[in-house]
Design a protein around this ligand. Structure first.
Ligand code: 5GP
Ligand code: ZN
Length: 112
């Protein structure tokens, strides 16, 4: 599913430019436009759905595929000493884009 008003769907379709570092049939990874760490990537499934509560079997498989690929993508993009994954869900977490995405943060020691 694609949502024509969604900024990440527009990035996936190529309507909005992004610095893509990885793409396959299931998901894309591009640089966050406002990086909160030395390395800040966003891993985004091509299927538009806002929340983990929208997961079904197929989407769970996509997420699992993404998690399996992320270590190599992180390493190839400068996360040499480790990295942090973040999935903001809803208002209290500060989720601003309602298309599920995994933040990949690293490239420096991260405060906790
Ligand atoms: P959220 O707060 O929803 O977890 O994260 C959304 C992220 O998307 C933010 O870190 C924000 O900087 C990033 N972002 C928003 N719009 C764009 C855009 O047009 N291009 C890119 N590359 N990142 C974006
Ligand atoms: Zn979307």
């Amino acid at each position: 599913m694609i949502d024509n008003n969604c900024i990440f769907c527009k990035i996936i379709k190529g309507e909005i430019p992004s610095a893509k570092v990885y793409e396959d049939g299931e998901f894309v990874v591009f640089k966050d436009v406002e990086p909160k760490a030395e390395v800040h990537l966003l891993a985004v499934p091509k299927d538009h759905f806002p929340h983990l509560s929208d997961l079904d079997g197929e989407r769970a498989e996509v997420l699992s595929h993404m998690l399996a690929k992320i270590p190599q993508i992180a390493a190839e993009n400068g996360c040499v000493g480790g990295y942090r994954l973040v999935i903001n869900q809803g208002e209290d977490a500060g989720q601003t884009v309602r298309h599920l995405h995994i933040h990949i943060l690293g490239g420096e020691p991260l405060a906790w």
